[in-house]
Design a protein around this ligand. Structure first.
Ligand SMILES: [Zn+2]
Length: 507
């Protein structure tokens, strides 16, 4: 009989109605809810409070090219980011999510996260597995979501982590990755052959905007035990109360914390803490026996993993202008819009760095004047006495639209030179700057003014690039071999000779 069919039949046998499943679920839920959610003290300690009690003297904004490397550096970096967040008070929200890893029916490790022994083990396993999504949702729903607005004090809601470098078995700060240039696939390590597109040696190093800092507590660590105190079976039994014990008789309870991980996301440039997640993996052993109506279930033991994730997320005040740069003609107007991450009613202050070039009103309406040039239009908000700004670069000019070269093709002998002319249109375009490039300087080089010098035989493309708009035009240069060169010289000699021959008048 197929697995699925057998399970559904077993479930049917377990109880025609859902009663047993519901009671089982409620029993387990009641148990879990009390054991894992009760009694966690909320506090306001700093991570690493043991190791660096004083705020660091260095400025918060350090070079993004100098990432923290050693365990101590990584911890102190994270600590600084947390302190910075406490100072600037971004918007905060926290939620807790529970999952049973490895017990969902369609997960690859199906059933691995759950062991049931005793009579009716398969039926109970099936019931538990089917109840898992509801259980996850229920458990997640029992934890109140916490949030504070911009400028609010979220510190009382942050779970205290009071630990030093030696409490962790693993400290990582990641921001480098590898990207397949052919298809864009991202990997932690460069692959010789891309698993997606089969491109060879196509992986190039790339950098993320954020650091992902991962701290894994050492097993049986005192600091992690202080954070997540294990409960005694007596305590649990007292917490469970009558509702569960009306239906089940507890035969034994064990809990252990397999792994506690802290995962933080920090913007590399601004050192803004974006996320601080705690992940607790718990292993639970539970012995139960059905009572009264559930007596036919008999005695059984459950063993399963439960992952609890406390997600603290931060949104920083920010102004985002709709565009980064804009090219305009003289005496033109336009509207800039902004998106705000800010408290309700926050006022945007618009400003121009040069009113002769462009003016801006307090709605973001911009107007250029008679002069050509560049200016910055900025939008600023004030949140908790701190300014947050974004800017748009306004360029008043006649933009380039096209670039053309005097030649599309040229044939040269080694050491021969030729001048290329680039023409930008419209002729009145403000920026007439052109840069020159050669594909292969061994065949031919090109100088800053477009003077080409041929070197060795071959074919090469020379480009002219308009600085404004990056328009491109090209000329294919063919450099002939030495024979061709001699041929050319002989031809010119012979044509000279034939010219002389033509001189004598016919009679
Ligand atoms: Zn690829």
């Amino acid at each position: 009989m197929p697995e699925k069919e057998r399970e559904s039949k077993a479930l049917k046998q377990l109880e025609e109605s859902n009663a047993v499943r519901v009671w089982l679920m409620r029993g387990v839920v009641g148990f879990l809810g009390l054991i894992f959610l009760g009694g966690i003290a909320w506090g306001a300690n700093d991570l690493l409070s043991r190791e660096s009690p004083q705020p660091p003297a260095e400025p918060l904004h350090e070079s993004i090219l100098d990432p923290p490397k050693t365990s101590t550096e990584i911890l102190s970096y994270l600590n600084e980011a947390i302190r910075f967040a406490k100072e600037e008070r971004p918007k905060y929200n926290a939620e807790t999510v529970f999952t049973f890893p490895g017990i969902e029916e369609d997960s690859p490790a199906e059933g691995e996260g759950l062991t049931v022994t005793g009579s009716h083990a398969e039926k109970i396993k099936t019931a538990f597995r089917l109840a898992a999504p509801e259980l996850e949702e229920y458990l997640s729903g029992t934890v109140q979501k916490q949030e504070t607005e911009y400028g609010g004090d979220f510190v009382p809601y942050l779970l205290p982590v009071n630990a030093g470098a030696t409490d962790f078995s693993e400290l990582r700060c990641e921001f480098i990755y590898y990207r397949c240039e052919a298809c864009g696939k991202e990997e932690g390590e460069p692959q010789e052959v891309c698993p997606d597109c089969r491109a060879e040696n196509a992986y190039k190093i790339a950098y993320r905007d954020n650091y992902t800092i991962t701290l894994v507590f050492a097993p049986d660590n005192a600091a992690s035990k202080a954070m997540f105190p294990p409960r005694s079976a007596e305590e649990v039994a007292a917490l469970l109360g009558d509702e569960v014990y009306d239906r089940f008789q507890a035969r034994g309870i064990t809990t252990s914390t397999d792994q506690i991980t802290v995962v933080a996301t920090v913007n590399r440039e601004s050192k803004k803490l974006l996320a601080l997640h705690y992940q607790k993996k718990l292993h639970v052993g539970l012995g139960l026996a059905g009572k009264a109506a559930l007596e036919p279930l008999g005695a059984f033991d459950l063993e399963f993993n439960l992952l609890e994730e406390i997600k603290n997320d931060f949104t920083w005040p920010a102004v985002h202008i709709s565009e980064r740069e804009r090219t305009m003609g003289r005496n033109e107007s336009a509207m800039l819009s902004v998106r705000l991450d800010a408290p309700e009613g926050a006022e945007v202050v618009w400003k121009s760095s040069d009113e002769k070039i462009v003016t801006v009103d307090q709605q973001g309406y911009i107007k250029t004047g008679k002069e050509f040039g560049e200016a910055q239009v900025s939008a600023t908000i004030l949140v908790n006495g701190r300014e947050y700004t974004d800017a748009c670069a306004i360029s008043v000019r006649i933009p380039a639209e096209k670039i053309k070269l005097s030649h599309r093709k040229l044939s040269l002998a080694p050491e021969e030179r030729a001048q290329l002319e680039a023409v930008i249109s419209p002729a009145k375009a403000t920026n007439q700057t052109v840069t020159w490039h050669t594909e292969d300087p061994a065949i031919a080089t090109v100088d800053k003014k477009g003077l080409v010098t041929a070197h060795s035989p071959g074919t090469v493309t020379v480009y002219a690039l308009a600085q404004d708009g990056y328009y491109r035009a090209s000329c294919v240069i063919t450099v002939k071999g030495a024979e061709a060169w001699h041929e050319k010289n002989r031809l010119s000699l012979s044509s000279g000779w034939s010219a002389r021959r033509k001189i004598p008048p016919r009679s």
